[in-house]
Design a protein around this ligand. Structure first.
Ligand code: GLP
Length: 244
């Protein structure tokens, strides 16, 4: 779906998420959300906060799982995804902190494998993700599933692509300060979500959006795996859609 205005599109996405949360509340069930960082979802979170402040939406039944985190990374670091999520969403809504799951960039190396297995297990035990919000990296990564990620991959530690680190360089005041690794939810974890919305804004995303939608399905561009998901919508603005 192509929109003239990314702010308007973001509001619509936030409203879809809000409706899902409320539907689950009526059913007396938790709502399990997979959340993304980066600039793309910021307006979505802003609208969710707005709805909460207007008294129209509570997060009491919401359980969240974030896609990824740099490794190593301390949560109090301003570049951490922990910091980002609290700044843009969690500090402004009534979510129970115990229901917030963000991969920890502080897990000792020898415990990482088990930590990642447990992250997936926790999602599974809750019945899977009801909804997954995604951005897209210029390498075609979803979460931090860089080129080469297998479609059956679970949550794990990965090495960041050079393009990804270059794109993050301005946040870290130089590429040399961008961590070389990250923990990411796996492709298969993401693909099991019952509903997926991917956001793409601006010219910088135009060529990878074309590859993702029109290209062959390949682990070289992990976002192409979404072509096989039966309930995914890509939401983009005119610039991101300009090469379609
Ligand atoms: C990072 C995140 C991704 C995100 C991507 C795009 O690499 N790990 O989840 O989709 O950035 O970021 P932006 O939305 O700022 O373009």
């Amino acid at each position: 779906e192509i929109f003239n205005d990314s702010n308007y599109a973001s509001v619509l996405v936030a409203h879809e998420i809000a409706e899902l949360i409320k539907q689950r509340q009526q059913e007396g069930r938790p709502c399990v959300l997979g959340l993304a960082t980066g600039s793309s979802p910021i307006k979505v979170y802003e609208e969710l906060v707005n709805l909460h402040k207007k008294g129209e939406l509570s997060f009491y039944n919401v359980i969240t799982f974030n896609l990824d985190e740099y490794y190593p990374m301390e949560p109090e670091n301003r570049q951490s995804y922990y910091y980002f999520m609290h700044q843009h969403l969690f500090d402004h809504v009534d979510i129970n902190p115990e229901n917030v799951n963000i991969p920890s960039g502080e897990v000792p190396q020898e415990e990482l494998d088990q930590y990642c297995i447990d992250y997936d297990l926790k999602i599974k035990q809750l019945g899977g993700l009801d909804f997954q919000l995604l951005g897209i990296g210029r390498t075609g990564h979803i979460g931090f599933n860089e080129p080469g990620s297998h479609k059956n991959s679970g949550t794990r530690i990965i090495t960041l692509d050079h393009v990804t680190r270059r794109d993050a360089a301005s946040d870290f005041n130089g590429i040399e300060y961008v961590p070389k690794k990250a923990i990411t939810m796996g492709v298969s974890t993401i693909m099991k979500a019952k509903r997926i919305i991917m956001l793409a804004w601006g010219h910088k995303k135009a060529s990878i959006v074309k590859e993702t939608i029109e290209g062959q399905i390949t682990s070289n561009i992990p976002a192409t795996f979404l072509q096989n998901h039966d309930n995914t919508t890509m939401i983009m603005d005119n610039e991101a859609a300009s090469e379609l």
